[in-house]
Design a protein around this ligand. Sequence first.
Ligand SMILES: [Zn+2]
Length: 302
Amino acid sequence: MEKKNIKRYTRRQVRRNRRIAFFALLVLAALLVALLVWGISGLFHAEEGPDVSSSLSSSSHLLNGHSSSSSQAEESLPEESLPESSADSGASSQAVSSSSSSQPVSSAASSVGSDDPYYEADMPLLVNPDHLMPEGYEPTVVSIGDGYKLETKAAAAWQDMQAAAADDGVSLWAISAYRTLERQTELYEEKVAEYQALGYDEEQAKEEAGKWVAVPGTSEHCLGYAMDLCSLEDNFEDSAQFQWLQEHCADYGFILRYPKDKVEITKISYEPWHYRYVGSNHAKIIMSQGICLEEYLEQYGG
Ligand SMILES: [Zn+2]
């Protein structure tokens, strides 16, 4: 009797142990599956987003034309002192964006690692007539020679780009780069005064001046990410320099900021000489797709 009971008990025990082992195995298997699924989905996430590495560089749909100058209005300028070409001349060029710290980063873009020195995890900062430069924004700038300055990373990219162009027999030089907000304000106010001297009232004078000199706070040049190269003439687009830039600027993180066919979006006239540093990952998509910064941020920005 006792023995029987013991036997029965052990059998039960064995069965129970087997059951426990079986469940433990099940739990382990479930854990493994969960781990696998998690790992795979992590991989996919990392691949989404504006990954730039796949986008190509060159491309040149943006070229052509001549443009007009200044932001919107060249027509009515008084002949005298107006800069021949657009907004930049005075100091303008307005819109901008840039990659600066203050903007949300597109997580997708940032997770794509890259040893590209011009890779920028942050989305470019947009500064244009509708998006003022953040208050108190002060880029860290360094000299690029000839009295010009650019934000540190943009400066390094520019110097590499200039050297690469020279290796290809193409000479690039800056004719404008970083401007302080004070300088931009000065230029704008001078222009307003010029119009007022011509008999425009203050409001009209400001409106006209804004076509030539970016309204303070709306110029990319104050971000330290924009530069004007070689010539403020529309026919710059016919030059070997422009051609070279179309093919290679994105490799160094620069974009043609005010394309001819995007004037309605940028609200800035075509400026074949104005380049904006945004980082190569963003620049390659923008240049290869023939879109402008506003469109890029609309499509890929968070
Ligand atoms: Zn410019």
